[in-house]
Design a protein around this ligand. Structure first.
Ligand code: SF4
Length: 246
């Protein structure tokens, strides 16, 4: 009798342990819970289409190279500030060669208003030099090649591939996409790389480019970081975030 009780308890502990491991794994993969139910995801995408039928990139650019430079400058800076800086920067430095062999001290002062100007100068000049010397002056069109450029990580590469070339290699995860993906329960992760992997599992690939533009606009206009404007949000009925306001 005593042996039977011990065995049963052991089984329960083991079951609880494996359930715990399972739920921890699911949480890490971001695929758990009702957040990523396909019908719910479709409803979110429909709501985003209604609110933002034709969203565009807010960084002003005329070609892939300018978009690359603007995106590097946009780290920890508003798009408006970057646009102010690039309005005089791009006419002065019309191509990769001009940036690659610029006077670093001069360039530092020119991009100073965007913050982190020393590192950004190194990235801008390093990426430009590599484009001139290894890619014949053209911005490469693959994720692998873009990631070899100094100062370019997946977010920047995804912006360039998606917006400049229409290539859906991944999903841009900036601060807005990160915050909204968490609030909309599309991920349990907080690391942008893992969030991107979670989103790529639940968002159809033909929506990847549009989806990130839409979330960025929704984050700017409605689902703002400090005080989301939930009364104006057309996703409100689908959202059960703790950050919701009345
Ligand atoms: S309901 Fe509020 S928290 Fe949820 S997505 Fe909309 S604005 Fe953001």
């Amino acid at each position: 009798m005593a042996r039977k009780k011990t065995k049963k308890t052991g089984t329960n502990i083991s079951a609880r342990k494996s359930a715990g491991v399972r739920s921890a794994k699911m949480a890490r993969s971001g695929s758990s819970g009702r957040g990523t139910d396909p019908a719910r995801v479709r409803a979110i995408l429909k709501g985003l289409d209604e609110a933002y039928p034709a969203p565009t990139c807010a960084l002003k650019h005329e070609n892939a190279f300018q978009l690359l430079i603007a995106t590097i400058l946009s780290a920890q800076c508003t798009d408006e500030r970057v646009n102010q800086v690039t309005a005089t920067l791009f006419p002065k430095y019309p191509n990769a060669k001009a940036f690659a062999y610029a006077n670093p001290a001069e360039l530092e002062q020119e991009i100073r208003p965007t913050g982190f100007f020393r590192n950004k100068t190194k990235s801008v000049m390093g990426a430009s030099k590599k484009i001139v010397e290894e890619f014949h002056g053209e911005v490469p069109k693959t994720m692998e090649e873009l990631l070899t450029l100094p100062g370019v990580a997946r977010k920047t590469a995804n912006v360039v591939l998606g917006t400049a070339f229409g290539i859906a290699a991944g999903i841009v995860v900036d601060t807005h996409v990160q915050r909204l993906s968490e609030r909309l329960d599309l991920t349990k992760n907080t690391d942008p790389k893992k969030i991107e992997q979670d989103l790529m599992k639940v968002i159809p690939q033909d929506r990847w480019i549009l989806f990130s533009h839409q979330l960025i606009w929704h984050g700017r206009r409605v689902c703002q970081a400090r005080k989301p404007r939930c009364v104006e949000c057309n996703l409100e009925r689908l959202c059960y975030s703790r950050d919701k306001t009345n």
